[in-house]
Design a protein around this ligand. Structure first.
Ligand SMILES: [Zn+2]
Ligand SMILES: [Zn+2]
Length: 1007
């Protein structure tokens, strides 16, 4: 998601060099391979895992080394799960051109060979020379057979997809099992099972009307090129939850994709000239490999990347839909502009009191530009309604505050300037406190207010102009800063307070912004802190109109020391004197209600609602985004591109010049097109869309990523939607999470989606901090690299530790000592299941006790999975493991309780550590796969404690503890309590007046 898209690493030169060398190395390898036998080795050599890059490069550098040796080295060093899929790569049939590969698209499903691809392949013939140059870089991304010409990035993409296609996986061979069967070897186990799962399509999720569905969605990453621990922290517990739901009997969809448009790739292109498309697809490829090492149950056949033309065709289609619904419009507006990113920003992307760019931290400036907006405000009220969705309170509060609905009234103040004609002008003011209208003693305009010139008198003009000029030089930040001293100047003009006919002076002040309400406020210094400070500074009148009820009449006329905004009664307010005012907002407040009714009756004003929320600015002056599919004709204005001409594709041959205008605008021909109305010459919109538009609907594209008759296949939609569980970061509360709700509701009204909400349940994870308790960042050197951890401990341990070390919703600092503990636990699990050591002689094993512990743990773990409490899932499993080791030492092996315990243990652990549990399950001789097993049922009888101890009070003091059967009834417990000698002693022979039994907790005897 965009907010996590902070600057990507830029190891350009090193990578480029390595890549170049790699090409050589690979060619060598490819030749060798044609005669090689093992498909596994072949794949490894052909497609070195990212971390093998340097090795490969080195091999290439030591050129004279024999071919055979080169192959060996690469194979040995390969560290991530091998891609069997690579075996099917075009290399062996060296003659196959990539163009053909692209045409017979790999994903295999009917209808996946997109016209896009076909078109590309056909178009590819000309312009060989310019493309030949690019071929080198492309080759670095996905090695091509010698001599093959890669005519277009689509072809690269097709090759990449092919490499990833689970279909081309060759089944696991037994001989590849590690030699030493008794040792825990995560590297061997994880690779083996990952390949088998893919070959078997274990995680393929298809519509199945006979089973309940569960759509589990985790936010899609931006393809920065490197999966960091934050991704693991978001994704692996989400995966564990999805696996749990699957074992609970749901047909689970857990897809993954890439939020692939955006600035980092484009900024990098400006620096090093590598095309964002190539970089992005290379990064996607690398991240897919890293994600596979997680062992997550992603259904890769549903993968979608927002930068694919077959994806953004529909992003554009949705834009046009919104346009036709009147929800997309173009207007000239003062928009926020990041001078560093060289683009406009949505209001949501401007952060903090200093109004900085969400992405790069640069303070934003205002620019007047014609831009495209989505009318999100039309849904403001509906977006405030969270009925029927289970979302965290924090997110609901953030969204509510962001929308900032306030109830009040709009009141019209006639204005009088130096010319009498100005009296015709009415200034509209929004106030949440119409009950204080009688205390409005002056009015303040934003310096940019259109009436300023008109009301300013000649005497004041010079001063007003000077003030306006200084205000224009300041940023909104400076103007609004709370600690800044309020300044302003009198315009010489007046307004008439419509409630009492008083002439009140009009001032301008920079703390009033045009973007606030109407750009003009009525100032009530007695009851507003800021107005109070302003009035004090400039000697303006302060009239009290709400008096606290506690205040004596004798204090009347006493000068106020500060503004009062509490409850009281209205005073100095004409017909409303004595009316009660409480602290409620809007009509719930009797004072406000009375005044609104009166204003409406008099025709001076009306009830009104104001929102802080603004329409969504979606134009971006950048290249790497979905082109806005609109065309401008001198005669016919703006019109959408006809649907059959979608997608409007990005041209490849653009120049990267950070000019502040879209590179599309600088392209010599791209923008020239025909008007959809008259066919005459017309110009394309050269801005692209905010990437949040792409991510507003990705959950729909996952349903049928290659479908070409619409944005999604309705059959899939009807089965899978809405999303049942959505997981991701809370930083998206007022951006993505609000946009996607708007999008769904707008499309519901457009007849595309159904229901009111796209995501029923939302859970946010916290953040993993560095060991120094600081946010991880490259500059601080506190970044934890998941790939290294996986190599050292195995993915299962990393997954388990991520779930164990902190409450998932809170997050916390990483602890390298801590992960050792988790690694130990995993190894002890391995030992428990594989150690052949016989039990100690003469040990007494308690089968009932073991079953009780197992089923009690199962009850807890089930509850904790349901509630996203992963840390206690792991700790419960750790505790149970100790019990099981004891039971084993005591001779439990061979008993039915022991068999049951082992089986339940692995099933409970399976969502946390999918690899080791699959391996041990197989070693137990159980049917493949553990991940297709049903979640075990708690045997309540087994879980029940046999006996319990309960305290007995006599007249409020504990006098004894009795031991009763855990399931004993009230009468039984009562008589046991009364039978106690101690209790009898304190009863002193009396009959108890009352005996209260709190089940399982306590008996209270009242003597
Ligand atoms: Zn910026
Ligand atoms: Zn026209």
């Amino acid at each position: 998601m965009a907010a996590t898209k902070k600057k990507t690493a830029n190891k350009k030169t090193a990578v480029k060099k390595a890549a170049k060398k790699k090409v050589v190395a690979k060619k060598t390898v490819a030749v060798k391979e044609t005669s090689a036998k093992s498909p596994a080795k072949k794949s490894a050599a052909k497609k070195p895992a990212p971390n093998a890059k340097m090795t490969t490069a080195k091999v290439a550098a030591r050129k004279p080394v024999s071919k055979t040796r080169a192959v060996k080295t690469v194979v040995k060093k390969k560290a991530t799960p091998a891609k069997k899929s690579a075996a099917k790569k075009p290399a062996p049939k060296a003659k196959t051109t990539t163009t053909k590969v692209a045409a017979r698209k790999p994903v295999g499903k009917a209808g996946t060979a997109k016209p896009v691809v076909k078109k590309k392949a056909g178009k590819a013939a000309p312009a060989e020379t310019s493309r030949a140059k690019r071929t080198k870089r492309v080759t670095a991304i996905a090695p091509a057979p010698p001599k093959a010409v890669i005519p277009h990035v689509d072809a690269v993409r097709a090759v990449i997809k092919k490499l990833e296609s689970p279909k081309s996986v060759v089944p696991v061979k037994k001989e590849e099992m590690p030699v030493d069967e008794s040792r825990y070897r995560p590297d061997a186990i994880e690779k083996k099972w990952q390949e088998k799962w893919e070959a078997d399509k274990l995680y393929r999720s298809a519509v199945d009307e006979s089973r309940p569905k569960h759509y589990a969605l985790t936010m899609l990453p931006y393809p920065s090129g490197d999966l960091h621990i934050g991704h693991w922290y978001a994704m692996t517990p989400s995966d564990a939850r999805a696996r749990f739901m699957r074992m609970k009997g749901f047909n689970v969809l857990f897809p993954m994709g890439f939020d692939a448009f955006g600035l980092p790739a484009e900024n990098a292109a400006i620096k090093d000239g590598i095309h964002p498309m190539k970089r992005t697809y290379a990064n996607i490829e690398r991240m897919r490999l890293q994600m596979r090492s997680m062992g997550a149950m992603f259904d890769w056949e549903r993968e979608a990347a927002t930068c694919d033309p077959e994806y953004y065709r529909w992003t554009q289609w949705f834009f046009i839909k919104l346009y036709k619904m009147g929800l997309a419009y173009r207007k000239m507006a003062a928009v926020d502009w990041c001078p560093n990113c060289n683009t406009t920003l949505a209001r949501e992307q401007v952060w903090g009191d200093d109004r900085h760019c969400e992405r790069c931290g640069t303070p934003v400036i205002k620019k007047d530009l014609e831009q495209w907006f989505f009318r999100t405000t039309r849904y403001a009220d509906e977006l405030l309604n969270f009925d029927g969705i289970d979302w965290p309170e924090r997110v609901k509060t953030l969204q509510t505050n962001w929308i900032g609905r306030s109830e009040g009234a709009e009141v019209q103040f006639p204005a009088i300037g130096n010319q009498s004609s100005a009296a015709d002008d009415k200034v509209t003011v929004f106030t949440t406190r119409p009950d204080t209208l009688w205390g409005a003693t002056f009015m303040v305009f934003s310096p940019e207010h259109p009436l300023v010139d008109k009301v300013t008198t000649d005497a004041q003009r010079a001063e007003v102009e000077a003030y306006k000029a200084q205000a224009a030089r300041q940023s909104d930040i400076e103007r609004e800063a709370a600690d800044k001293e309020k300044t302003g100047v009198f315009t010489g003009g007046y307004a008439i307070n419509p409630v009492n006919g008083e002439r009140i002076p009009i001032w301008i002040a920079d703390y009033v912004l045009m973007s606030y309400g109407t750009g003009a406020i009525m100032a009530v210094p007695a009851h507003d802190e800021r107005d109070f400070a302003f009035a004090k500074k400039y000697g303006l009148p302060i009239i009290e109109v709400i008096r606290p009820e506690t205040q004596n009449a004798g204090e009347d006329g006493k000068e106020l020391e500060e503004a009062y905004d509490g409850a009281g009664v209205m005073v100095n307010s004409g017909p409303f004197n004595g009316t009660e005012v409480n602290e409620e907002k809007g009509r719930k407040n009797p004072g406000i209600r009375a005044v609104i009714d009166w204003l409406e009756q008099k025709g001076i004003g009306k009830e009104s609602v104001n929102y802080r929320y603004r329409d969504w600015l979606i134009s971006r002056q950048r290249y790497w985004g979905a082109p806005i599919p609109m065309v401008y004709c001198e005669t016919h204005g703006w019109n959408p591109v006809p649907e059959d001409q979608l997608p409007v594709e990005l041209p490849e041959d653009v120049e990267w010049r950070p000019t502040g205008e879209s590179p599309l605008k600088l392209h010599p021909t791209w923008k020239n097109t025909a008007c959809p109305v008259c066919g005459g010459p017309a110009t394309r919109e050269t801005d692209t869309m905010d990437t949040f538009m792409c991510s507003s609907w990705y959950h729909l594209r996952y349903l049928s990523p290659h479908y070409d008759k619409g944005p999604f296949d309705e059959k899939e939609y009807n089965y899978w939607m809405p999303v049942d569980t959505y997981t991701g970061g809370i930083e998206h509360a007022t951006m993505h999470l609000l946009y996607t709700r708007f999008f769904h509701k707008a499309m519901r009204d457009g007849g595309v989606t159904e229901g009111n909400e796209p995501m029923l349940q939302l859970r946010n994870q916290g953040m993993v901090l560095g060991e120094d308790n600081d946010k991880m960042s490259k500059s601080k050197g506190n970044v934890i690299a998941p790939d290294l951890l996986v190599r050292r401990y195995g993915a299962d341990t990393v997954r388990a530790y991520i779930m164990f070390f902190a409450r998932w919703d809170l997050g916390g600092p990483w602890d390298s000592q801590g992960i050792e503990g988790t690694a130990r636990w995993i190894r002890r699990v391995w030992t428990l299941f594989t150690d052949p050591t016989p039990p100690k002689a003469g040990a007494a094993y308690d089968g009932r006790g073991l079953r009780r512990r197992v089923h009690q743990t199962l009850r807890r773990v089930t509850h904790d999975f349901e509630n996203f409490e992963f840390n206690t899932v792991v700790s419960s499993l750790m505790e149970l493991l100790n019990e099981m080791h004891k039971a084993r030492e005591a001779g439990a092996a061979g008993s039915s309780a022991w068999d049951e315990a082992r089986e339940i243990y692995l099933k409970m652990m399976a969502p946390v550590a999918p690899f080791i549990t699959e391996e041990l399950w197989a070693r137990l001789g159980k049917p493949y796969s553990i991940h297709q097993q049903k979640w075990p049922q708690v045997d309540e009888a087994a879980a029940r404690e046999d006996v319990i101890e309960i305290p007995v009070q006599v007249n409020g003091k504990v006098r004894d503890r009795i031991v009763v059967a855990a399931d004993a009834g009230e009468e039984e417990v009562k008589s046991a309590a009364l039978a106690s000698d101690h209790v009898q002693k304190f009863l002193e022979g009396r009959e108890p007046k009352k005996v209260i039994v709190v089940k399982g907790k306590m008996v209270s005897v009242v003597a």
